[in-house]
Design a protein around this ligand. Structure first.
Ligand code: FIX
Ligand code: ZN
Length: 416
Protein backbone atom coordinates (compact mmCIF):
# COMPACT_ATOMS: atom_id res chain seq x y z
CA UNK A 1 0.00 0.00 0.00
CA UNK A 2 1.54 3.32 -1.06
CA UNK A 3 1.70 6.06 1.52
CA UNK A 4 -0.47 8.99 0.37
CA UNK A 5 0.97 12.37 1.30
CA UNK A 6 -0.98 15.11 3.05
CA UNK A 7 0.19 18.54 4.23
CA UNK A 8 1.06 17.20 7.69
CA UNK A 9 3.58 14.68 6.48
CA UNK A 10 4.77 16.44 3.32
CA UNK A 11 7.68 18.26 4.92
CA UNK A 12 9.20 15.22 6.64
CA UNK A 13 8.64 13.09 3.52
CA UNK A 14 10.50 15.48 1.23
CA UNK A 15 13.31 16.06 3.70
CA UNK A 16 13.74 12.31 4.17
CA UNK A 17 13.78 11.73 0.39
CA UNK A 18 16.28 14.51 -0.29
CA UNK A 19 18.54 13.77 2.66
CA UNK A 20 18.76 10.04 1.99
CA UNK A 21 19.22 10.19 -1.79
CA UNK A 22 22.68 9.16 -2.99
CA UNK A 23 23.75 11.74 -5.55
CA UNK A 24 25.76 11.65 -8.74
CA UNK A 25 27.94 14.75 -8.74
CA UNK A 26 28.27 15.54 -12.42
CA UNK A 27 31.00 18.20 -12.28
CA UNK A 28 33.88 18.36 -9.82
CA UNK A 29 37.61 18.95 -9.88
CA UNK A 30 38.29 15.95 -7.65
CA UNK A 31 40.60 13.05 -8.45
CA UNK A 32 40.88 9.48 -7.29
CA UNK A 33 44.00 8.53 -5.28
CA UNK A 34 45.73 7.01 -8.30
CA UNK A 35 46.21 10.59 -9.54
CA UNK A 36 48.49 11.25 -6.56
CA UNK A 37 48.94 14.91 -5.65
CA UNK A 38 46.01 16.00 -7.81
CA UNK A 39 43.64 14.73 -5.14
CA UNK A 40 43.31 17.60 -2.66
CA UNK A 41 41.94 17.09 0.83
CA UNK A 42 42.38 18.23 4.43
CA UNK A 43 41.90 21.41 6.41
CA UNK A 44 44.69 23.51 4.87
CA UNK A 45 43.33 22.81 1.38
CA UNK A 46 39.81 23.62 2.58
CA UNK A 47 40.87 26.95 4.04
CA UNK A 48 43.01 27.95 1.06
CA UNK A 49 40.21 27.19 -1.46
CA UNK A 50 40.36 29.89 -4.12
CA UNK A 51 36.93 31.20 -3.12
CA UNK A 52 38.42 32.03 0.31
CA UNK A 53 41.61 33.47 -1.12
CA UNK A 54 39.51 36.07 -2.97
CA UNK A 55 37.81 36.93 0.33
CA UNK A 56 40.92 37.22 2.49
CA UNK A 57 42.34 40.09 0.46
CA UNK A 58 39.23 42.12 1.25
CA UNK A 59 39.93 41.96 4.99
CA UNK A 60 43.63 41.28 5.58
CA UNK A 61 46.24 43.95 5.11
CA UNK A 62 48.60 41.93 2.94
CA UNK A 63 50.09 42.35 -0.51
CA UNK A 64 49.60 39.78 -3.24
CA UNK A 65 53.37 39.21 -3.37
CA UNK A 66 53.60 38.52 0.32
CA UNK A 67 50.62 36.19 0.31
CA UNK A 68 51.86 34.11 -2.62
CA UNK A 69 55.31 33.83 -1.06
CA UNK A 70 53.83 32.15 2.02
CA UNK A 71 53.61 28.39 2.48
CA UNK A 72 50.15 26.84 2.26
CA UNK A 73 50.15 26.37 6.03
CA UNK A 74 50.91 30.05 6.60
CA UNK A 75 48.27 31.08 4.08
CA UNK A 76 45.76 28.91 5.91
CA UNK A 77 46.80 30.46 9.25
CA UNK A 78 46.20 33.93 7.84
CA UNK A 79 42.84 33.06 6.31
CA UNK A 80 41.70 31.31 9.49
CA UNK A 81 42.70 34.26 11.65
CA UNK A 82 41.21 36.84 9.30
CA UNK A 83 37.98 35.27 8.13
CA UNK A 84 37.11 32.94 11.03
CA UNK A 85 38.57 34.55 14.17
CA UNK A 86 38.64 38.30 13.51
CA UNK A 87 35.30 38.09 11.68
CA UNK A 88 32.37 35.69 11.82
CA UNK A 89 32.65 33.24 8.90
CA UNK A 90 29.37 34.22 7.36
CA UNK A 91 30.08 34.00 3.62
CA UNK A 92 28.99 30.81 1.87
CA UNK A 93 32.59 29.67 1.33
CA UNK A 94 33.50 30.27 4.98
CA UNK A 95 30.33 28.60 6.23
CA UNK A 96 31.28 25.66 4.05
CA UNK A 97 34.42 25.09 6.10
CA UNK A 98 32.40 25.28 9.31
CA UNK A 99 29.84 22.74 8.08
CA UNK A 100 32.55 20.38 6.87
CA UNK A 101 34.47 20.40 10.15
CA UNK A 102 31.26 19.97 12.12
CA UNK A 103 30.05 17.03 10.00
CA UNK A 104 33.43 15.36 10.40
CA UNK A 105 32.91 15.55 14.16
CA UNK A 106 35.55 18.18 14.96
CA UNK A 107 35.21 20.50 17.93
CA UNK A 108 34.14 23.89 16.59
CA UNK A 109 34.25 25.41 20.07
CA UNK A 110 38.03 25.06 20.19
CA UNK A 111 38.63 26.99 16.94
CA UNK A 112 42.04 25.36 17.12
CA UNK A 113 43.42 24.91 13.62
CA UNK A 114 46.26 22.79 14.94
CA UNK A 115 43.77 20.30 16.39
CA UNK A 116 41.99 20.08 13.07
CA UNK A 117 45.29 19.50 11.29
CA UNK A 118 46.03 16.63 13.59
CA UNK A 119 42.70 14.99 12.82
CA UNK A 120 43.51 15.01 9.10
CA UNK A 121 47.09 13.90 9.66
CA UNK A 122 45.71 10.68 11.17
CA UNK A 123 43.47 9.83 8.21
CA UNK A 124 44.34 7.32 5.55
CA UNK A 125 43.17 8.73 2.24
CA UNK A 126 41.32 5.59 1.04
CA UNK A 127 39.37 5.47 4.31
CA UNK A 128 38.80 9.19 4.28
CA UNK A 129 37.24 8.99 0.81
CA UNK A 130 34.77 6.45 2.17
CA UNK A 131 33.98 8.72 5.11
CA UNK A 132 33.38 11.72 2.87
CA UNK A 133 31.27 9.83 0.33
CA UNK A 134 29.29 8.36 3.18
CA UNK A 135 28.69 11.61 5.07
CA UNK A 136 27.90 13.52 1.86
CA UNK A 137 25.82 10.60 0.48
CA UNK A 138 27.57 10.80 -2.86
CA UNK A 139 27.45 7.73 -5.12
CA UNK A 140 29.94 8.94 -7.71
CA UNK A 141 31.66 12.10 -8.91
CA UNK A 142 32.72 13.22 -12.36
CA UNK A 143 36.28 14.55 -12.47
CA UNK A 144 37.63 17.23 -14.83
CA UNK A 145 40.30 15.48 -16.87
CA UNK A 146 42.80 17.34 -18.97
CA UNK A 147 44.53 14.94 -21.37
CA UNK A 148 47.44 17.40 -21.65
CA UNK A 149 48.11 17.68 -17.93
CA UNK A 150 51.59 16.42 -17.19
CA UNK A 151 50.48 14.41 -14.15
CA UNK A 152 47.27 13.04 -15.63
CA UNK A 153 48.50 12.15 -19.08
CA UNK A 154 50.84 9.27 -18.19
CA UNK A 155 48.24 7.80 -15.88
CA UNK A 156 45.69 7.64 -18.68
CA UNK A 157 48.27 6.39 -21.17
CA UNK A 158 49.07 3.55 -18.78
CA UNK A 159 45.39 2.53 -18.80
CA UNK A 160 44.10 4.12 -15.58
CA UNK A 161 42.16 1.73 -13.38
CA UNK A 162 41.33 3.88 -10.38
CA UNK A 163 38.41 3.95 -7.97
CA UNK A 164 35.37 3.72 -10.29
CA UNK A 165 33.42 6.16 -8.13
CA UNK A 166 35.59 8.81 -9.81
CA UNK A 167 34.43 9.00 -13.42
CA UNK A 168 36.02 10.88 -16.28
CA UNK A 169 35.11 14.00 -18.24
CA UNK A 170 37.28 14.98 -21.20
CA UNK A 171 38.11 18.66 -20.83
CA UNK A 172 39.10 20.38 -24.05
CA UNK A 173 39.55 24.04 -23.09
CA UNK A 174 43.04 24.41 -24.47
CA UNK A 175 42.01 23.14 -27.93
CA UNK A 176 39.00 25.41 -28.10
CA UNK A 177 40.09 28.51 -26.21
CA UNK A 178 43.85 28.54 -26.69
CA UNK A 179 44.57 26.60 -29.86
CA UNK A 180 47.34 28.87 -31.16
CA UNK A 181 49.42 29.20 -27.99
CA UNK A 182 48.72 25.91 -26.24
CA UNK A 183 46.32 23.46 -27.89
CA UNK A 184 48.20 22.94 -31.14
CA UNK A 185 51.55 22.34 -29.42
CA UNK A 186 50.01 19.90 -27.02
CA UNK A 187 48.34 18.00 -29.84
CA UNK A 188 51.61 17.88 -31.78
CA UNK A 189 53.41 16.71 -28.66
CA UNK A 190 51.08 13.73 -28.55
CA UNK A 191 51.70 12.91 -32.21
CA UNK A 192 48.65 14.55 -33.81
CA UNK A 193 49.80 16.51 -36.87
CA UNK A 194 48.08 19.84 -36.62
CA UNK A 195 48.73 23.22 -38.23
CA UNK A 196 47.69 26.75 -37.35
CA UNK A 197 45.38 27.06 -40.33
CA UNK A 198 43.34 24.05 -39.34
CA UNK A 199 43.65 22.33 -42.68
CA UNK A 200 41.48 19.31 -43.48
CA UNK A 201 44.36 17.13 -42.31
CA UNK A 202 44.52 18.97 -38.95
CA UNK A 203 40.79 18.67 -38.42
CA UNK A 204 41.07 14.95 -39.11
CA UNK A 205 43.87 14.73 -36.57
CA UNK A 206 41.81 16.53 -33.94
CA UNK A 207 38.98 14.07 -34.58
CA UNK A 208 41.47 11.22 -34.22
CA UNK A 209 42.70 12.73 -30.94
CA UNK A 210 39.15 12.98 -29.59
CA UNK A 211 38.32 9.41 -30.63
CA UNK A 212 41.49 8.05 -29.04
CA UNK A 213 40.88 9.87 -25.77
CA UNK A 214 37.21 8.95 -25.65
CA UNK A 215 38.22 5.33 -26.05
CA UNK A 216 40.89 5.73 -23.39
CA UNK A 217 39.05 7.78 -20.78
CA UNK A 218 35.46 6.63 -21.37
CA UNK A 219 34.34 10.12 -20.41
CA UNK A 220 30.79 10.95 -19.38
CA UNK A 221 31.00 14.02 -21.60
CA UNK A 222 33.43 16.40 -23.36
CA UNK A 223 33.51 19.79 -21.67
CA UNK A 224 34.67 23.33 -22.16
CA UNK A 225 34.32 26.56 -20.21
CA UNK A 226 33.65 29.52 -22.46
CA UNK A 227 33.85 33.29 -22.18
CA UNK A 228 30.69 35.42 -22.22
CA UNK A 229 31.48 36.62 -25.73
CA UNK A 230 31.30 33.09 -27.14
CA UNK A 231 29.29 32.88 -30.34
CA UNK A 232 28.13 30.04 -32.52
CA UNK A 233 28.53 29.83 -35.44
CA UNK A 234 31.80 31.69 -35.08
CA UNK A 235 34.30 32.61 -37.77
CA UNK A 236 37.22 31.46 -35.67
CA UNK A 237 39.36 28.42 -35.01
CA UNK A 238 37.12 27.56 -32.08
CA UNK A 239 33.99 27.72 -34.24
CA UNK A 240 35.63 25.51 -36.85
CA UNK A 241 36.82 22.89 -34.37
CA UNK A 242 33.41 22.72 -32.70
CA UNK A 243 31.65 22.29 -36.05
CA UNK A 244 34.10 19.96 -37.74
CA UNK A 245 35.43 17.94 -34.81
CA UNK A 246 33.54 18.17 -31.52
CA UNK A 247 30.02 17.87 -32.85
CA UNK A 248 30.58 14.91 -35.20
CA UNK A 249 32.63 13.01 -32.62
CA UNK A 250 30.12 13.77 -29.87
CA UNK A 251 27.41 12.31 -32.09
CA UNK A 252 29.42 9.31 -33.26
CA UNK A 253 30.39 8.23 -29.75
CA UNK A 254 27.20 9.41 -28.04
CA UNK A 255 29.26 11.51 -25.63
CA UNK A 256 27.46 14.81 -24.87
CA UNK A 257 29.16 18.17 -25.30
CA UNK A 258 29.08 20.22 -22.08
CA UNK A 259 29.26 23.99 -22.42
CA UNK A 260 29.93 26.03 -19.31
CA UNK A 261 29.48 29.60 -20.44
CA UNK A 262 30.16 32.99 -18.89
CA UNK A 263 33.66 32.99 -17.37
CA UNK A 264 36.07 35.86 -17.95
CA UNK A 265 39.42 34.40 -17.00
CA UNK A 266 41.94 36.45 -15.01
CA UNK A 267 39.96 39.64 -14.47
CA UNK A 268 42.47 40.21 -11.68
CA UNK A 269 45.55 38.13 -12.52
CA UNK A 270 47.12 39.01 -9.15
CA UNK A 271 44.59 36.68 -7.55
CA UNK A 272 45.73 33.79 -9.75
CA UNK A 273 43.08 31.05 -9.78
CA UNK A 274 40.83 33.25 -7.62
CA UNK A 275 40.95 36.05 -10.18
CA UNK A 276 38.32 34.90 -12.69
CA UNK A 277 35.20 36.95 -13.26
CA UNK A 278 32.00 36.58 -15.21
CA UNK A 279 29.47 38.30 -17.43
CA UNK A 280 26.24 37.49 -19.15
CA UNK A 281 26.15 35.89 -22.57
CA UNK A 282 24.11 36.26 -25.70
CA UNK A 283 22.46 32.85 -25.72
CA UNK A 284 21.76 32.88 -29.44
CA UNK A 285 24.95 30.77 -29.54
CA UNK A 286 23.21 27.98 -27.67
CA UNK A 287 19.99 28.21 -29.66
CA UNK A 288 21.97 27.95 -32.90
CA UNK A 289 23.93 24.93 -31.69
CA UNK A 290 20.80 23.16 -30.52
CA UNK A 291 18.73 23.92 -33.61
CA UNK A 292 21.45 23.02 -36.09
CA UNK A 293 22.40 19.79 -34.31
CA UNK A 294 19.15 18.18 -33.13
CA UNK A 295 20.70 14.72 -32.84
CA UNK A 296 23.57 15.93 -30.67
CA UNK A 297 23.27 16.00 -26.87
CA UNK A 298 24.33 19.09 -24.92
CA UNK A 299 24.81 19.78 -21.23
CA UNK A 300 24.90 23.41 -20.13
CA UNK A 301 25.40 25.53 -17.05
CA UNK A 302 25.83 29.31 -16.99
CA UNK A 303 27.65 31.67 -14.70
CA UNK A 304 25.46 34.73 -14.90
CA UNK A 305 22.27 35.05 -12.90
CA UNK A 306 20.85 37.25 -15.66
CA UNK A 307 21.05 34.35 -18.13
CA UNK A 308 19.24 31.75 -16.04
CA UNK A 309 15.65 32.46 -17.03
CA UNK A 310 16.54 32.54 -20.70
CA UNK A 311 18.36 29.22 -20.33
CA UNK A 312 15.19 27.62 -19.00
CA UNK A 313 13.20 28.90 -21.95
CA UNK A 314 15.80 27.53 -24.36
CA UNK A 315 15.67 24.14 -22.65
CA UNK A 316 11.88 24.11 -23.14
CA UNK A 317 12.48 24.39 -26.87
CA UNK A 318 15.24 21.83 -27.22
CA UNK A 319 15.01 18.40 -25.59
CA UNK A 320 18.60 17.73 -26.64
CA UNK A 321 19.71 20.19 -23.95
CA UNK A 322 20.11 19.12 -20.33
CA UNK A 323 20.75 22.00 -17.97
CA UNK A 324 22.68 21.32 -14.81
CA UNK A 325 23.72 22.77 -11.49
CA UNK A 326 24.38 26.18 -10.02
CA UNK A 327 27.88 26.94 -11.21
CA UNK A 328 30.47 28.76 -9.08
CA UNK A 329 29.14 32.29 -8.39
CA UNK A 330 25.63 30.81 -8.72
CA UNK A 331 26.31 28.31 -5.97
CA UNK A 332 25.04 30.47 -3.11
CA UNK A 333 21.88 29.78 -1.10
CA UNK A 334 19.79 32.74 -2.28
CA UNK A 335 20.59 32.08 -5.93
CA UNK A 336 20.24 28.29 -5.72
CA UNK A 337 16.82 28.87 -4.18
CA UNK A 338 15.81 31.27 -6.91
CA UNK A 339 17.05 29.38 -9.94
CA UNK A 340 15.93 25.98 -8.67
CA UNK A 341 12.38 27.32 -8.36
CA UNK A 342 12.62 28.91 -11.81
CA UNK A 343 13.88 25.68 -13.37
CA UNK A 344 11.27 23.46 -11.73
CA UNK A 345 8.50 25.84 -12.75
CA UNK A 346 9.64 26.02 -16.36
CA UNK A 347 11.02 22.53 -16.89
CA UNK A 348 9.42 20.28 -14.27
CA UNK A 349 11.63 17.37 -13.34
CA UNK A 350 13.70 17.27 -16.55
CA UNK A 351 16.83 18.90 -15.11
CA UNK A 352 19.97 18.05 -13.14
CA UNK A 353 19.43 20.05 -9.98
CA UNK A 354 22.95 20.51 -8.76
CA UNK A 355 26.64 19.69 -9.01
CA UNK A 356 29.29 20.62 -6.45
CA UNK A 357 32.34 21.83 -8.42
CA UNK A 358 34.28 20.58 -5.38
CA UNK A 359 38.05 20.96 -5.71
CA UNK A 360 38.83 19.53 -2.31
CA UNK A 361 37.40 16.15 -1.44
CA UNK A 362 36.03 17.28 1.95
CA UNK A 363 33.97 20.00 0.24
CA UNK A 364 31.55 17.35 -1.00
CA UNK A 365 30.23 17.39 2.56
CA UNK A 366 29.24 21.02 2.76
CA UNK A 367 28.37 21.62 -0.85
CA UNK A 368 25.84 18.82 -0.81
CA UNK A 369 24.56 19.49 2.70
CA UNK A 370 23.88 23.14 1.93
CA UNK A 371 22.30 22.32 -1.43
CA UNK A 372 20.08 19.61 0.01
CA UNK A 373 18.70 22.07 2.58
CA UNK A 374 17.59 24.44 -0.16
CA UNK A 375 16.38 21.72 -2.50
CA UNK A 376 14.15 20.35 0.28
CA UNK A 377 12.72 23.78 1.01
CA UNK A 378 11.93 24.42 -2.64
CA UNK A 379 10.44 20.96 -3.24
CA UNK A 380 8.25 21.20 -0.13
CA UNK A 381 6.75 24.40 -1.56
CA UNK A 382 6.29 22.87 -4.99
CA UNK A 383 4.57 19.71 -3.71
CA UNK A 384 2.45 21.83 -1.35
CA UNK A 385 1.27 23.85 -4.35
CA UNK A 386 0.38 20.58 -6.07
CA UNK A 387 -1.54 19.30 -3.04
CA UNK A 388 -3.39 22.61 -2.85
CA UNK A 389 -4.34 22.20 -6.48
CA UNK A 390 -5.91 18.83 -5.70
CA UNK A 391 -3.16 16.40 -6.85
CA UNK A 392 -2.81 13.23 -4.80
CA UNK A 393 0.75 11.97 -4.48
CA UNK A 394 2.63 9.28 -2.61
CA UNK A 395 5.88 8.86 -0.76
CA UNK A 396 7.15 6.59 -3.54
CA UNK A 397 6.44 9.19 -6.20
CA UNK A 398 8.32 11.85 -4.28
CA UNK A 399 11.26 9.45 -3.83
CA UNK A 400 11.19 8.70 -7.56
CA UNK A 401 11.25 12.39 -8.46
CA UNK A 402 14.11 13.20 -6.08
CA UNK A 403 16.15 10.27 -7.41
CA UNK A 404 15.74 11.62 -10.94
CA UNK A 405 16.72 15.17 -10.00
CA UNK A 406 19.83 14.13 -8.10
CA UNK A 407 21.28 11.56 -10.48
CA UNK A 408 18.77 9.55 -12.51
CA UNK A 409 18.29 12.28 -15.10
CA UNK A 410 22.02 12.42 -15.74
CA UNK A 411 22.25 8.65 -16.20
CA UNK A 412 19.19 8.67 -18.41
CA UNK A 413 20.55 11.50 -20.56
CA UNK A 414 23.87 9.70 -21.06
CA UNK A 415 22.14 6.48 -22.00
CA UNK A 416 19.53 7.99 -24.33
O1 FIX B 1 35.94 25.98 -15.36
C1 FIX B 1 35.54 25.38 -14.35
O2 FIX B 1 35.29 24.18 -14.33
C2 FIX B 1 35.36 26.20 -13.09
O3 FIX B 1 34.41 25.57 -12.30
C3 FIX B 1 36.66 26.36 -12.38
O4 FIX B 1 37.63 26.75 -13.26
C4 FIX B 1 36.60 27.32 -11.20
O5 FIX B 1 37.89 27.70 -10.84
C5 FIX B 1 35.92 26.74 -10.01
O6 FIX B 1 36.54 26.09 -9.22
C6 FIX B 1 34.54 27.00 -9.80
O7 FIX B 1 33.93 26.49 -8.87
ZN1 ZN C 1 34.45 23.56 -12.49
Amino acid sequence: MQKVINSQILKETVIEAVESQQVIDIHTHLFSPDFGGLLLWGVDELITYHYLIAEVFRSADISYEKFWAMTKTKQADLIWQTLFINNSPISESCRGVVTTLKELGLDLASRDLQDYREYFAHQKIEDFIDIVFDVAKVKSVVMTNDPFDSIEQPIWLAGRKGDPRFQAALRIDSILNDYVDVGRDKLSGLGYETDLDLSEKSLGEIRRFLSDWINRMKPNYMAVSLPPEFQYPEDSRRGKVIKECILPISLEYNVPFALMIGVTRAVNPQLRMAGDGMAKTDLACLENLLRDNPSNKFLTTLLSRENQHELCVIARKFPNLMIFGCWWFMNNPSIIDEITRERLELLGLSIILQHSDARILDQLIYKWKHSRQIISKVLIDKYQDLLDSGWITTQDEIGRDVAALLGGNFEGFLQS
